[in-house]
Write a new protein. Structure first.
Length: 246
């Protein structure tokens, strides 16, 4: 697939950026609908996103650069080249969460409620954005003879971007169902997003050949495992407190 979507005024626009932008737009529309349904002023969500989106992009890039430093240390200007790929979703989540924590304190609104509003949008945006990896011929796995393999550099490999995209879409459907039928306390949707995404990412990361590494450890698997454990503990604790209070 040609990574260039189109050219305008001599500037090449890549599918990677187009798909990430599409995910942001659709996610924003969904978040505004969820805010209205939950009784939160839509302007509050817009204000949050105006701060969170840029910081999330910076966080995603910093995360990638830090764990790929050998590729950038001799050409620091390449750090600014976002068009070629190189964004790590865990960095985006961490950056966005920090902004949301500060924002919730300033605006005196529950962080957990904000998290529940934006979580379905986040996972949907991730599902869409993963296709940008396909356009860039990145985020693929090792060799396989499975019928759905894709060919990269003449070799049939696991389309791990596709696995994660499908998994994320399934999480999105589940979260939308859960928020309308099962939620008992603010924060459950956000915590389930963290837990379920991390489960899928931990498994799929094991198939990839381009993982960011910390010594012999795959960084994404380490963060995913920590997220599962911490998220499950907080979910259990908050649900237990709810039952005790009733």
């Amino acid at each position: 697939m040609d990574p260039i979507a189109f050219t305008i005024f001599g500037i090449e626009v890549r599918w990677y950026g187009v798909l990430i932008s599409l995910g942001v737009i659709i996610g924003t529309i969904l978040a505004l609908r969820e805010a209205k349904r939950k009784g939160v002023n839509e302007d509050t969500i817009i204000d949050l996103l105006l701060f969170a989106i840029p910081v999330a992009i910076i966080g995603a890039r910093l995360h990638y650069v830090i764990f790929s430093w050998d590729s950038y240390k001799n050409n620091l200007l390449e750090i600014l080249n976002l068009r070629g790929g190189g964004l790590a979703i865990h960095g985006a989540i961490i950056g966005g969460a920090i902004v949301a924590l500060i924002f919730s304190k300033v605006k005196n609104i529950s962080f957990w409620k904000l998290g529940d509003i934006v979580a379905p949008s986040l996972i949907l945006g991730q599902a869409i954005g993963r296709w940008g990896n396909y356009a860039n011929q990145e985020a693929y796995g090792g060799p396989t003879d499975l019928p759905w393999a894709i060919v990269v550099n003449g070799v049939k490999v696991h389309p791990t971007f596709l696995y994660e995209s499908i998994w994320n879409f399934l999480i999105f459907i589940f979260l939308m169902w859960y928020t309308r039928n099962k939620i008992k306390k603010d924060g459950e949707i956000f915590l389930l997003y963290i837990i379920l995404y991390s489960v899928g990412r931990f498994i799929i990361e094991g198939l990839r050949t381009d993982s960011l590494m910390l010594g012999p450890i795959r960084v994404a698997q380490l963060i995913s495992l920590m997220s599962i454990l911490i998220g499950a503990f907080i979910f259990y604790k908050r649900r237990k407190d709810t039952i005790s209070n009733n």
